[in-house]
Write a protein that binds this ligand. Sequence first.
Ligand code: ADP
Ligand code: MG
Length: 327
Amino acid sequence: MSLGDLGEFGLIRRIADKVAAAPGVALGIGDDCAALLPTPGRQLLTTSDMLVEGVHFDLAWSDPFTLGRKTLAVNLSDVAAMGGVPRWFLLSLALPSELSLPFLDDFTRGILSMAEEFGVALVGGDTCASRQGFVVSVTLMGEQLPERVVTRGGARAGDLVCVSGFPGDSALGLAKLRRGERGEGTLRHLDPLPRVSAGLALAEAGIPTAMIDISDGIAADLGHILERSGISGARIDAALLPFSPLFKDEAPRYGDPLALALSGGEDYELLFTLPPAKKELLPPLAERLALPLTVIGEIDAGAGVRVATPEGEYRPTSAGYDHFSGC
Ligand code: ADP
Ligand code: MG
């Protein structure tokens, strides 16, 4: 059977049949709107991300199941970065007529597997035809008490800069895929794990003054925090960057490790600032989360994001590094 045989409503039913009843959903897929029951007193956090074939993903690299997972993961990561609890999502699909039914089934299984892992429910969406390429957009809603929501805008001079996990692994995975390699290391790029419990735990402990998830790379995303916080600069100490054993072993063969870690992006780790007095709260939390939380620098009075190395200070750019002079 093809997509055409099934038709728009058959397709929607095929997705809806795989969706179970969920908490907070008065009315799910099937009506003109979903009717949701937000927790009283919580703010509703909403985020949307679109992935376009040929722009954000390459079907030669990713199987549809894994692509489904990543589609939801990138949205979960945004809610994680606000310290929120993800709850419900909408799924909008533009499908080229040549797309196969097994592809769509695997994609749906992938996205619903990620949804189940993180306790979020599919409550609706939109389905249409595409003249060229597969396009998918997810809108995710989450919740949090107003006083616990963490924005990009609260960093202050003297705050420390901290990162979760091992930045650079995703960029290394992408570099491997670009060379036609598969296997070890590429999954960190294709199937990232959003740091939802870490974002929530950090927010509940009142640790971050500002937080963002790393989609563009540490350098660019720290720049977003500076801009939203209205502060001038931050210095990253290259020697403090935490690298995974695989990254240490292999990154030098794929590029400048510092450039991969700072400008590569798509790590979907959390990058946050915190007052120095709260630094001691990090190790026990990292242990509880089984996730490294590493201080890599601080907010200072310099201009923009700079990286301190034994050879001097550099200003990272998306193209790599320009020697930073006059700092
Ligand atoms: P309308 O024309 O009123 O927008 P649709 O026919 O597009 O309604 O959708 C019918 C129902 O199916 C709605 O509840 C909508 O949210 C849901 N829906 C449509 N596409 C999807 C999808 N890809 N995934 C989940 N639900 C969907
Ligand atoms: Mg519609």
